[in-house]
Design a protein around this ligand. Structure first.
Ligand SMILES: Cc1cc2nc3c(=O)[nH]c(=O)nc-3n(C[C@H](O)[C@H](O)[C@H](O)COP(=O)(O)OP(=O)(O)OC[C@H]3O[C@@H](n4cnc5c(N)ncnc54)[C@H](O)[C@@H]3O)c2cc1C
Length: 376
């Protein structure tokens, strides 16, 4: 296997690194404190082509592949998880079914403008009584000859207050398995409810969304009736690999800050990094970060080569998110009281990275999935 990044991948990594160092990092604390969606930066990410990276050129994307995408996403998450998380949603879950199943009207009015960030999409799957168990959703679309009428209650919808459209996971009254629908946010009967106050990722707004007899044209059914779960499985590995990239980005930021601090903070007449206890923490962090990155690159390569990857994707998401949480915790200990101070960013990385333990499937469920792949 060739471990060398190609020229395009190197360029994308450098471009996003520069963007993050110059524009995202300096804004990250304020985004978190004000709990405000970073709309301008989101638009700039769109202008950099991020939302179209996983889509082919003939669909308006850049076709640069999942490896390039992951390199860019790690950088975005290194800068601000509040920016990176909604960017990830926009580039895959909110848009995938529009790309795969949308007719000309859907592509022109929703998918294409989402690729450059002119329009923002949300994904509505989770309900108050259906999180991990999406077979328990109660949102339902009544099927009529010339339209659908969708009603239900969703929650935890990322980007909902400023979304232009939603991809909604819903049952229909003529099938026992769910489907995906495109629901424009301005349609009559769509109500964005309260925003959920969160521990982390506070600039990425998550809200309740209610659909009250929303009338949808026939072409807003995305794919076959009853084909929603099958469609989700198509992108499940990617969702997990991308969540691992988010975790690695936040962990990289914490790791870099902690190593720098260990070199400069002097106690007992020498930098704390000279003490064995701190050296051991630094080494543990480096091991966790390096192994997570290598697994990420490997699984991204499996995607780009279109090789089987369900088990590997579950493993990298589980492993990288657990490692990232440990890295942020160790970084916080290296900074001690300053890791606890709101004026230092370590506390933000530590809060933000917890989301990767359950985003993209909880790690408990992932263990069940991995065991299933082992035939258990
Ligand atoms: C910041 C953030 C953004 C989000 N954005 C979106 C979004 O845009 N759109 C969207 O639809 N959703 C979104 N979600 C919701 C997220 O996908 C769900 O929270 C997630 O699927 C877990 O569901 P739950 O929280 O209801 O947990 P539950 O499913 O209720 O799980 C609770 C606990 O039980 C465990 N558990 C459940 N079933 C089993 C089992 N069979 N075996 C063993 N353990 C089990 C879980 O692992 C967990 O520990 C977001 C969540 C967060 C935190």
């Amino acid at each position: 296997m060739n471990f060398e990044l190609n020229d395009t991948q190197k360029l994308i990594q450098q471009t996003f690194k520069k963007f993050v160092d110059e524009k995202v990092k300096p804004a990250a604390a304020e985004i978190d404190e004000k709990k405000e969606f970073p709309a301008e930066l989101f638009k700039e990410v769109g202008e950099l082509g991020f939302f179209g990276m996983r889509y082919p050129e003939e669909a308006g994307g850049t076709g640069t592949g999942i490896m390039s995408y992951c390199l860019a996403l790690v950088e975005l998450a290194r800068g601000s998880m509040s920016l990176a998380a909604p960017c990830m949603m926009q580039s895959l879950m909110a848009t995938y079914f529009l790309y795969r199943d949308g007719d000309e009207e859907v592509r022109e009015n929703y998918f294409t403008p989402a690729l450059d960030g002119t329009k923002i999409g949300g994904i509505c799957m989770t309900e108050p009584n259906a999180g991990s168990d999406l077979s328990g959703i109660t949102t339902i679309a009544k099927v009529f000859d010339d339209h659908f009428e969708l009603s239900g209650q969703k929650t935890w919808a990322t980007s909902a207050p400023y979304a232009d459209f939603f991809s909604v996971y819903s049952r229909t009254d003529n099938h026992d398995k769910p489907s995906f629908f495109l629901v424009p946010a301005h349609y009559k009967g769509v109500h964005v409810g309260r925003n959920i106050e969160k521990l982390g990722v506070r600039g990425s707004i998550t809200s309740e969304v209610t659909f009250d007899e929303v009338r949808l044209p026939k072409n807003y059914l995305l794919g076959e009736i009853g084909g929603g779960a099958r469609g989700l499985i198509e992108i499940l590995a990617e969702i997990r690999i991308m969540t691992a990239a988010l975790a690695i980005g936040a962990a990289t930021a914490a790791y870099e800050d902690a190593i720098e601090y260990a070199k400069t903070r002097v106690q007992f007449g020498r930098p704390i990094g000279k003490f064995q206890a701190i050296k051991a923490k630094a080494a543990d962090m480096a091991v966790m970060l390096e192994t997570s990155k290598q697994m990420l690159y490997y699984t991204a390569w499996l995607c780009d080569e279109d090789k089987p990857r369900q088990k590997e994707a579950a493993i990298v998401k589980l492993y990288a998110s657990e490692c990232a949480n440990s890295i942020c915790d160790e970084a916080s200990r290296i900074l001690a009281s300053y890791g606890y101070a709101m004026e230092y960013p370590i506390q933000r990385y530590w809060r933000d990275v917890r989301f990767t333990l359950f985003g993209g499937g909880t790690n408990e469920i992932l263990k069940i999935n991995i065991a299933r792949e082992l035939g258990l």
